[in-house]
Design a protein around this ligand. Structure first.
Ligand code: NAD
Ligand code: IPM
Ligand code: MG
Length: 349
């Protein structure tokens, strides 16, 4: 039997609150399905930085370095301010960022879009996560008229090919409709590489219907007819922005999980949202994004589809009974972060 490793990195802000609920679900599911998992806690972010001048301790970094080629290992992450998460993603080359965006049958009412209440949304963003503008070369200076600054958008064909292949594989396993989101009408050279690679790679996936769409139009279409879309392939920046748009159309970023994987299958699983300073420390955060990230961890790290689905079903049951503050609605009890964790756990049993 395989031994699995999960490193808990709650971070800061609501990270600690939502990871606490994720951990409870993780332990319960491991016990129920007899999954042999070693779970360890790690400080990351400001707190760790204050203590040691580093975002990760030497011990944590050594452990991650040992596990980074191990497909049976993963990080359950909370949230931090921008700097450390970008460093972690790059350091472990977590280039594939998977972001499912879906409504739950028991909670279709939480979407602000009326049409959604009749048919569920089931979108899947495949986002390139370790290149593009966010990692582009920075320059700045000043002249007589004022300051100037620039940050480069750069993609190498090899970086494009590996994420395109991932997206085609995801589409092949889903409803076989892929939209590549770009801005090739003005950022011509960079997106021509993406388009050329996509067309070449798509030949190996004849069942996948491939389209390309400009990002500004995509933003509008996602609101007008979200149910039409299946897999969206995007560069780092567009994937980031469309994820939050997706959160808006399904009702809350507190519902969105993610998985970021490297070529070996080592992964980091986290809520799409951040530290949420406006609600941190108040037990108001929705832990479902982290609980569903645990489901993704079960699927990708444990290879245990049944465990993943058991968590997703439990979330659906919990949402039919109660809501956290972000989704508060008449007819549903409003519960705290831990209260939602309790409901998911009791639905699991
Ligand atoms: N992966 C990460 O660690 C990550 C991701 C996104 C943002 N951030 C960082 O978080 C900080 C705050 O960023 P922001 O305010 O733009 O984005 P945010 O996602 O933290 O918050 C945006 C809004 O969504 C709400 N929200 C977020 N998660 C929620 C949850 N689980 N339940 C209920 N409501 C939730 C917040 O209350 C807020 O109103 C920044 O420093 C940013 O860089 C970190
Ligand atoms: C915190 C920030 C760097 C991060 C990103 O832009 O990738 C976040 O917004 C996300 O979506 O994971
Ligand atoms: Mg983001």
């Amino acid at each position: 039997m395989s031994r699995y490793h999960v490193l808990l990195m709650p971070g800061e802000g609501i990270g600690t609150e939502i990871v606490a609920e994720g951990e409870r679900v993780l332990r319960a599911i491991a016990e129920r399905y007899k999954i042999d998992v070693d779970i360890s806690q790690h400080l990351v972010g400001e707190e760790q930085f204050k203590q040691s001048g580093r975002y990760l301790s030497v011990e944590t970094e050594t452990l991650c370095d040992e596990l980074k080629t191990n497909p049976n290992a993963g990080i359950l992450f909370g949230a931090v301010a921008d700097e450390p998460i970008g460093i972690l993603r790059k350091h472990y080359d977590l280039f594939t960022n998977l972001r499912p965006i879906r409504t739950f049958s028991a909670a279709a009412d939480v979407s602000p879009l009326c049409s959604v209440r009749e048919r569920e949304i089931d979108l899947y963003i495949v986002r390139e996560l370790v290149s593009g503008i966010y990692y582009g070369q920075m320059r700045h200076g000043s002249d007589a008229a004022g300051r100037w600054a620039g940050q480069e958008l750069y993609y190498h064909e090899t970086e494009v090919r590996r994420i395109v292949q991932q997206a085609l594989q995801v589409a092949q396993q889903r409803r076989k409709r892929l939209h590549f989101v770009h801005k090739g009408n003005v950022i011509k050279d960079v997106f021509q590489i993406w388009l050329d690679v996509l067309h070449a790679e798509a030949r190996r996936f004849p069942q996948v219907e491939c389209h390309d769409i400009l990002v500004d139009n995509m933003a509008m279409q996602m609101v007008l007819k979200p149910q039409y879309f299946d897999v969206l392939l995007a560069c780092n920046t567009f994937g980031d922005i469309l994820s939050d748009l997706g959160a808006g159309i399904v009702g809350s970023i507190g519902l969105l999980p993610s998985a970021s994987l490297n070529a070996h299958g080592f992964g980091l699983f986290e809520s799409v949202g951040g530290t949420a300073p406006d609600i941190a420390g108040q037990q108001k955060a929705n832990p479902i994004s982290t609980i569903l990230s645990v489901a993704m961890l079960c699927r990708h790290t444990f290879g245990h589809e049944m465990a993943a689905q058991a968590i997703e079903n439990a979330v659906n049951i919990a949402l039919s009974q109660c809501r956290t503050a972000d989704l508060a609605a008449e007819g549903y009890e409003t519960v705290s972060t831990a209260g939602m964790g309790d409901r998911v756990l009791s639905a699991l049993h």
